[in-house]
Design a protein around this ligand. Sequence first.
Ligand code: DX5
Ligand code: ZN
Length: 206
Amino acid sequence: MKNYILAPSLLSADFSNLGNAINLIEEKKAGFVHIDVMDGMFVPQISYGQPVVKSLRPLTDLIFDVHLMIEHPENHIKSFAESGADYITFHYEASENPDSVIDLIHSFDKKAGISIKPKTQVSAIEKYLANVELVLVMTVEPGFGGQKIISECVDKVKELVELRKKLNLDFKISVDGGVNENTIQSVIDAGSDVIVSGSAFFSGRL
Ligand code: DX5
Ligand code: ZN
């Protein structure tokens, strides 16, 4: 079986005890901590931001996989980089100039990720693939944990695996949304490298 990195999403953790959530992620041997940042504009809710990332940073050496669900991501790359993010992923749909956001992330020596919502096709981001370290395929509409996976979106992972091979690239493919004990096999089989899980992980089902 292909190895994958589990990336528990803090969005489903107990916000009154995030240190405990980090301990649990370490105990379960997950590789990434997936940190969902929401601005109340790109998505309806507001979650947490740079001060939370900064206060968690001293607690662990785990890789911080920051998922920016925010408008104007270019305004916040520096502060997330300085707060301790390792990967910074922004939304293709939220950016007028993805190339410049990617370059900005790289200028702080961080790994760049680009994410697409369920209705955005892989072809829209093809020209950026050579320049990113991660592609985040949303398998639910971004904004909330605990939704049901849109299984057609899993086919985008297969498409990206093919494209990566064809173009001889090496970005990681990550899947986010609705992954639980019943759906994880389908995202593994599709070829995901990083698997995000919020509600299933923090309710002990994964
Ligand atoms: C949704 C977030 C996800 C979310 C996943 O907008 O990007 O990372 O926490 O939650 P589950 O695994 O419960 O679908
Ligand atoms: Zn996420």
